[in-house]
Design a protein around this ligand. Structure first.
Ligand SMILES: CC(C)(COP(=O)(O)OP(=O)(O)OC[C@H]1O[C@@H](n2cnc3c(N)ncnc32)[C@H](O)[C@@H]1OP(=O)(O)O)[C@@H](O)C(=O)NCCC(=O)NCCS
Length: 185
């Protein structure tokens, strides 16, 4: 599975991607707003994630499908994005993502999500996406609002970040297919 945009390739991870993934998620500024990433983040963590994702892509109707985001100009993996808790019957899933800090605020997640969400809404026939962000995660909350996600509510003390051990309130957003903004999503 591979999707291509102007600057990016969204594809299934390869074992050799571990260094780039370790570099990206190994940065506490990235992992502190993710639930499941440990800190420090080692080679074995990156390889375990790669193996899990590769395995999932081989399972028919798997409820977790993730892509790495490769920057064409550098042949480098600069992030990851995808879907979890996929309910094929309902056409619904949760989406998540990260971009390595050096590449923040250059429109990369916008470009990546435009592609994978197009694919999910059109090919997988999704009709709803959910996005969750720690209350303190300005970038993710702003991004959801900018691209037309509806703020649903806040779950109090609902998640612990593995990297910091801190418990966070979590904002929930949802996007219905018909409410998508043109640029993103
Ligand atoms: C959230 C994240 C993926 C955004 O990726 P990105 O490639 O920098 O995002 P984009 O450049 O495409 O920005 C899209 C929009 O998000 C919002 N945004 C992104 N970073 C922001 C920031 N630091 N402050 C405020 N708004 C921000 C803006 O609305 C932005 O649009 P604009 O630049 O036209 O104003 C990135 O910050 C990240 O990886 N953070 C750490 C991991 C994480 O929190 N992942 C999400 C978990 S829910």
């Amino acid at each position: 599975m591979k999707l291509t945009t102007k600057r990016l390739i969204l594809r299934i991870p390869k074992t050799s991607d571990w260094k780039d993934i370790k570099e990206g998620v190994g940065d506490l500024d990235v992992s502190k707003t993710l639930s499941g990433a440990p800190y420090p983040y080692n080679k074995k963590d990156a390889l375990a994630w790669i193996n899990k994702v590769r395995k999932n892509w081989k399972i028919k109707h798997c409820d977790n499908l993730e892509f790495v985001i490769e920057l064409k100009s550098e042949n480098k993996v600069i992030g990851a994005t995808g879907f979890d808790k996929i309910d094929r019957d309902l056409g619904s899933a949760e989406s998540g993502s990260w971009i390595a800090k050096r590449y923040w605020r250059q429109g990369f997640i916008t470009e990546a999500k435009t592609a994978i969400n197009d694919w999910a809404f059109n090919k997988l026939k999704f009709q709803r996406l959910e996005s969750r962000a720690f209350l303190t995660n300005t970038a993710s909350n702003e991004m959801s609002k900018k691209y037309g996600y509806r703020f649903v509510g806040t779950l109090k003390r609902a998640t612990k970040a593995k990297s910091t051990g801190k418990i966070h309130d979590v904002n929930i957003y949802e996007l219905l297919k018909e409410n998508r903004k043109k640029k993103f999503v």
